[in-house]
Write a protein that binds this ligand. Structure first.
Ligand code: CA
Length: 228
């Protein structure tokens, strides 16, 4: 599954520099020269991360970040802000609107890539392959092993991915579209009933150990992973 990174930058030379470096590092860069254009892209499919320039014609980077972070569907997208301003105040303002990291121009592309990887590891750990423990549940994504109270539990590959995603993001409510985006990627052939089908299968897998209750339905909103 390619990791889609949306770059919002009105200076074409910088936009290209970032895009080329992302591509060389195995990411899929998506280019936007304004926040308005970027918003259209985000509405079609959530990117895995946004590199967002502060100074943009029209809606600026701070306003766009605010919009993204106050919308329940888009607030999970990590943002790295770019700016020519270097004062600490601006940094704080950027982080206050919910940016996950911050880089001052001019920056080294190598460092930007390192920051991208660090933010993805932190914010979208389903991109990494680390094992995880939540309460009595243990998942090893490299061996596709699920254990509950140290006992192996049989689980299908899709249910595994779904559970891995939930355990990486405990207590957060996700709607079906977000789950589709994060677990299946942008495959338009899949409709959102698919999510319900696999949630049911996942609960079936977890029933014997009583862990099915951890996959909660939040009426009208979606699903979440929760202990109680
Ligand atoms: Ca700019």
């Amino acid at each position: 599954m390619p990791t889609n990174i949306l770059i919002v930058e009105d200076e074409e030379s910088i936009l290209e520099l970032i895009a080329i470096n992302l591509k060389q590092s195995g990411f899929n860069p998506i280019r936007a020269i304004s926040a308005e254009f970027a918003e259209k892209i985000v509405n079609e499919a959530l990117p895995d991360l946004i590199i967002l320039d502060w100074m943009l014609p029209g809606m600026n980077g701070i306003e766009f970040a605010k919009r993204l972070k106050t919308n329940s569907e888009t607030k999970i997208i990590p943002i790295i802000m770019l700016t020519a301003k270097s004062e600490e105040d601006n940094k704080l303002l950027g982080l206050n609107v919910g940016a996950d990291d911050y880089m001052t121009k001019p920056f080294s592309p190598k460092e930007l890539i390192a920051r991208v990887k660090a933010v993805l590891r932190r914010k979208a750990p389903e991109q990494t392959q680390e094992s995880i423990t939540q309460h009595n549940l243990f998942l090893d994504p490299n061996k596709l092993i699920l254990k509950s109270h140290n006992q192996k539990v049989k689980i299908g590959p899709t249910e595994f991915k779904l559970l891995y995603f939930f355990m990486r993001n405990p207590d957060i409510i996700f709607n079906r579209n977000q789950i589709l985006d994060k677990v299946w990627g942008n495959q338009s052939i899949i409709d959102d009933r698919t999510v319900d089908v696999h949630i049911k299968r996942l609960r079936d897998c977890l029933k014997a150990t009583g862990d099915d209750k951890k996959i909660q339905t939040v009426r009208g909103l979606g699903y979440r992973f929760n202990e109680d």
